[in-house]
Design a protein around this ligand. Structure first.
Ligand code: SF4
Ligand code: SF4
Length: 178
């Protein structure tokens, strides 16, 4: 398989610096609103603040890949004496929780690193420097990834069933032609 240079973009998260202000959720949801900046709603954000103030736990997690199935085993982390929830660090949009799903449609949300911006806006808006943007190049094997539209369709099929989605698409295409 051919090798290509791939730019890897990451956001380094420093849990000790996060105070749970949720500015990252606000700007992410506003940037992705349609039209841009017309509204903000943390439920539509691609970064979510997992917080438990009583235990002084604040974990900003930005959305990764969609997965149609829950994982079989879960991990529990204790770091510096603090216990973090199962799934607490997980970035997947998965069936076991509401995070990283568009609230109206249930479609999976994924961080796109604020495509078109100089740097991710959650990083820019985090005045505590809990989020730091990093870029590096890696040589990787070229992979064929499913398109976003395919991922979205798969998620709808899992939710409503193939027959219902196929019927809906057929009906919509008939009404467009007519
Ligand atoms: S903006 Fe920064 S400090 Fe505020 S919740 Fe997000 S990561 Fe934490
Ligand atoms: S990088 Fe942009 S899209 Fe990703 S979580 Fe931050 S604000 Fe949202």
């Amino acid at each position: 398989m051919a090798k290509i240079n791939k730019k890897i973009k990451t956001i380094k998260v420093d849990l000790d610096k996060c105070n749970g202000c949720r500015a990252c959720e606000v700007i992410c949801s506003a940037f992705h609103a349609n039209p841009k900046y017309s509204s903000n709603n943390p439920a539509r954000s691609r970064i979510r603040m997992i917080r438990d103030p009583i235990r002084d736990v604040y974990v900003p997690v930005y959305a990764g890949e969609y997965t149609p199935a829950e994982c079989m085993g879960r991990d529990r982390y204790v770091i510096d004496g603090k216990e973090y929830d199962e799934c607490g660090f997980c970035r997947a949009s998965c069936p076991s929780r509401d995070a990283f799903k568009e609230p109206d449609s249930g479609l999976p949300l994924k961080c796109d690193m604020c495509e078109g911006e100089e740097q991710p806006l959650c990083v820019k808006w985090c005045i505590n420097d809990a989020l730091v943007y990093e870029e590096r190049e890696e040589e990787v094997e070229e992979e064929v990834k499913p398109e976003d539209v395919e991922i979205g369709l798969n998620s709808l099929i899992n939710k409503y069933g193939l027959d219902k989605i196929a019927d809906t698409v057929a009906r919509m295409s008939m009404s467009k032609k007519g």
